[in-house]
Design a protein around this ligand. Structure first.
Ligand SMILES: [Zn+2]
Length: 415
């Protein structure tokens, strides 16, 4: 089995940024300028449309930028890197296109403090990241910014930096994303050879986090549960009548809650990155269910005509689905299989938990409980998620052209 190869790919790294107070001031001013320009350009487009019935495009707005800077009132725009200002206009242009092509609503004004503030540096070729200590590094070469900004570098950067974006979350944490171009040939672990011996099936379980035909990967839920408990405690405090909405105390508690939520998502993301890397790097064929996570989590609340029946039961399951980040995991596997030259095969999730991976007998009685599987035909006994992972692997190999018997034999023998 062969598969076409791409020469380069783009990888985005995200790091926590630790700007000094002075740098924070400059960056905040630049972000403010980008936001201001975005809002002005949006207003200009709306007005132009009302007056002429025609939409302005990116280029006409970009061409006005130099004249804009000459006006005394807006001369402070000059201190902002001009390509970052142009990027703001490009973002608006994209927002408009997304609206016209039905992917998003009409562009909204950006409000200070209400959104993640960001500034984009589209030509980041001069960027350099130098190490200070084991984890601390300094990034330099950003336009119009003297010296470097400290960052927490948790992983090495590979490839050539192309674009960088600095952002500030609503709770005040700073981040930088650096998108680099990297040769794929450098890291193709399997040389385009998709050996069925190096195939793996993955079931995204509920009891155990990620179960594969080889081994289980468990997310340590203790820390997350602890954080959730703490969040619930603060929220109980927030709901007390003496804490007035939008008061100092209220804002203080909100900030803590947001920080704890970010921490939870960081723990989950780290785990998913580690597992997906391990799987995609060490296997040539990766088989997974084609789950529509968005639909699954939507269905619990039901619709107006058809309110969800088992709302309480389902929302428990949904919480754990979202908690464990299935959608994110699949996305990671999609690009990591490309990166390591392996292949991702998505299979229909129908019956994967009911088929016996030993004899193929399918009935719902096979599944004794959430975690146990006992075949009513041949007596095969296995962990339910593990049995599903075997089935997913067999289905994946089958859809890649193997016969059912071959696929089943491999699926149970690699295990
Ligand atoms: Zn059986």
């Amino acid at each position: 089995m062969n598969k076409e190869k791409k020469d380069t790919e783009m990888i985005t790294y995200q790091f926590r940024l630790r700007p000094t107070k002075a740098q924070t001031k400059i960056l905040a001013r630049w972000m403010g300028a980008c936001r201001f320009l975005y809002n002005c350009a949006l207003e200009q487009r709306v007005m132009a449309y009302e007056m002429t019935g025609k939409s302005l495009n990116y280029f006409s707005q970009q061409n006005e930028l130099p004249d804009c800077k000459k006006i005394e009132e807006f001369s402070w725009l000059k201190e902002v890197p001009s390509q970052s200002l142009q990027m703001s206009l490009r973002h608006l242009d994209r927002a408009y296109r997304n609206f016209f092509e039905g992917r998003a609503g009409f562009p909204k004004r950006k409000k200070k403090g209400r959104c993640t503030d960001a500034i984009c540096f589209p030509q980041a070729g001069k960027i350099q990241v130098g190490k200070i200590t084991n984890k601390k590094s300094v990034i330099s070469g950003l336009p119009k910014l003297k010296g470097g900004i400290k960052l927490i570098q948790h992983r090495p950067i590979e490839g050539k930096p192309k674009v960088a974006t600095i952002s500030r979350k609503a709770h005040g944490e700073w981040y930088i994303s650096i998108t680099c171009e990297k040769n794929v040939a450098d890291c193709s672990a399997h040389g385009g050879e998709l050996s069925v011996k190096k195939a793996i099936g993955i079931d995204l379980g509920v009891v155990k986090t990620i179960v594969t035909t080889k081994k289980d990967h468990n997310l340590d839920l203790r820390k997350i549960k602890q954080l959730e408990k703490e969040i619930a405690k603060i929220q109980r405090r927030l709901s007390k009548p003496e804490v007035k909405k939008f008061s100092k105390k209220w804002h203080y508690y909100q900030k803590i809650v947001r920080k704890k939520h970010t921490k939870i998502s960081r723990i989950r993301k780290n785990f998913l990155h580690e597992v997906s890397k391990d799987i995609c790097k060490n296997h040539a064929i990766v088989c997974m269910e084609n789950l529509k996570v968005k639909n699954m989590s939507k269905s619990a609340s039901g619709t107006i005509e058809n309110p969800g029946k088992m709302v309480s039961q389902k929302s428990g399951l949904n919480r754990s689905i979202l908690r464990q980040g299935w959608g994110m995991f699949r996305q990671f596997c999609e690009y990591k299989t490309k990166r390591y030259g392996s292949h991702l095969e998505l299979v229909s999730p129908k019956n994967t938990s009911r088929i016996c991976s030993s004899c193929g007998h399918t009935c719902k009685e096979n599944r004794l409980s959430q975690s146990e599987f006992l075949c009513q035909n041949c007596g095969y006994e296995e962990n339910a998620d593990k049995n599903a992972a075997n089935n997913i692997l067999a289905l994946g190999l089958e859809s890649m052209g193997l016969s059912t018997l071959e696929a089943l034999t491999i699926a149970t023998s690699v295990a």
